[in-house]
Ligand binder design. Sequence first.
Ligand SMILES: NC(=O)c1ccc[n+]([C@@H]2O[C@H](COP(=O)([O-])OP(=O)(O)OC[C@H]3O[C@@H](n4cnc5c(N)ncnc54)[C@H](OP(=O)(O)O)[C@@H]3O)[C@@H](O)[C@H]2O)c1
Length: 285
Amino acid sequence: MKKTVLVTGGNGQLGQCIQSIANQFPSLHFLFVDKDILDITNEKDVLDFFEAHHIHWCINCAAYTAVDHAEENQELALQVNVVGARNIANACQRNGSKLIQISTDFVFDGKSSNPYKETDRVNPLGVYGLTKLNGEVEVKKNCPSYFIVRTSWLYSEFGNNFMKTMLRLGSEKTQLSVVNDQIGSPTYAIDLAEALIQIIQLDTDNYGIYHYSNHGQISWFDFAKTIFELTNNDLSLNPILSKDYATLAERPKYSVLDTSKITDEFALKIPFWKDSLANALSKVK
Ligand SMILES: NC(=O)c1ccc[n+]([C@@H]2O[C@H](COP(=O)([O-])OP(=O)(O)OC[C@H]3O[C@@H](n4cnc5c(N)ncnc54)[C@H](OP(=O)(O)O)[C@@H]3O)[C@@H](O)[C@H]2O)c1
């Protein structure tokens, strides 16, 4: 029998990445929903949906992801990232579904200089990170069959992301400034989508928190520079400091994730960021 996998936030960036590879996994039956069909903040709708469909796994990609706007829209961020996560976790628990909750490197404050392990102290700097962390807490409290997968710097040919913004700006401008003092690991969302499906296929009971990003660590400036190099764009790029690029939300200075736990547990081969970037760029051309 095919396993049914519900993907919430199915029209977002990660949701679309999962959609784009779903037909490679004929043993899984995917149901993609976004907030027009299933608003995760509505407890009754979520419960009704789970009761109407026999869901084996749920990948909760639905989230309020506007990091700066979250500072001014705290209530909405809380509703989606905390209440929504709780509703999904409750529905999974009541219906015997396993839950993959997607979370973020922004649960950390960036004061470390070593890749963050799953057991490291969390201390979000802004509303987005805090609501995502509280969403994790709700998942752990309400659904024992959970995999919380924290990831970082997602980009792909789908949705809005840094790579696509750089490609657009690169076609409009001759010079650009990009911050050089925030270090992290870009993650091609297709690689993450494949890893999530691998977790589902292995179907273990090793629940818990896992970190997934592409290998390697760079700054946003390095990332932009490589995007322009690989697309033969000779735009003039200036490194700047975060303090000279004002944003509403503070970002962690260092948010590299240690991915050894997920690699070991699920026999994953995680690609190097630059190889995945080249792969992604070949899709947008
Ligand atoms: N993007 C990153 O760099 C990054 C980094 C680390 C972790 N993450 C995490 O990765 C996950 C996926 O991110 P993403 O880049 O795919 O984000 P995204 O493109 O913003 O997708 C989120 C989706 O959730 C939908 N949504 C919002 N409110 C909803 C609601 N009440 N009910 C149901 N759906 C709702 C959004 O719809 P609308 O667009 O119509 O609002 C959107 O389709 C999120 O959990 C995010 O926190 C992302």
